[in-house]
Design a protein around this ligand. Structure first.
Ligand SMILES: Cc1cc2nc3c(=O)[nH]c(=O)nc-3n(C[C@H](O)[C@H](O)[C@H](O)COP(=O)(O)O)c2cc1C
Length: 159
């Protein structure tokens, strides 16, 4: 079973949006191969408007270029990106997205695509409930059993 088949099988009913792309990141890539229904609701678009596009369709005026550069460098280097971007829905409304994006590796360690766990974040006030470090767990780790399964199967490669 490939990582993508595994994700297709388990990503239907998750708490967070899940989106998988091909490995090629130069435009028109990274082409979206799969998105789950939660992702479709999050970005306010039907799946047939999402599959085959690049995730750039969510960008707009307030999407920070600096963060996109960091994102781009992480993807180009086959590294994980965990960060926050302003995304735009189909109806033009914006939201703050927490994105935990990781390479998907085959059994030989070759990167064959990327998966992102995405959710809307509401600006938090004060300190995290647990731990004084002031950081929250990345969305791909905290709430999603699928991330645990993929981790156990080593499909994320190196973090
Ligand atoms: C799986 C995955 C999910 C992504 N999700 C988003 C997203 O929600 N919003 C966004 O602005 N960019 C997202 N991106 C990043 C863009 O596709 C692109 O890599 C980014 O714009 C930086 O590269 P560029 O400088 O070539 O545009 C995602 C990328 C991948 C691989």
């Amino acid at each position: 079973m490939t990582a993508l088949e595994l994700i297709r099988a388990f990503a239907h009913d998750t708490a967070v949006g899940i989106v998988v792309t091909e490995v090629t990141i130069d435009p028109p890539g990274p082409i979206i191969l799969y998105a789950n229904p939660v992702f479709s609701r999050l970005v306010g678009r039907d799946l047939d408007q999402i599959i085959g596009q690049s995730p750039r369709f969510m960008q707009g005026k307030e999407t920070r270029e600096e963060t996109l550069d960091i994102f781009h460098r992480a993807l180009a280097g086959g590294k994980r990106f965990h960060g926050y971007l302003t995304n735009y829905r189909g109806d033009g409304t914006k939201y703050r997205a927490e994105i935990d994006c990781r390479p998907l590796c085959d059994t030989t360690g070759w990167i064959e695509g990327f998966v992102a766990f995405e959710r809307e974040v509401i600006r938090r006030v004060g300190r995290p409930a647990s731990g004084a470090a002031g950081r929250y767990e990345p969305v791909g780790e905290s709430s999603d059993p699928l991330a645990g399964i993929l981790q156990a199967l080593s499909v994320f490669g190196e973090a």
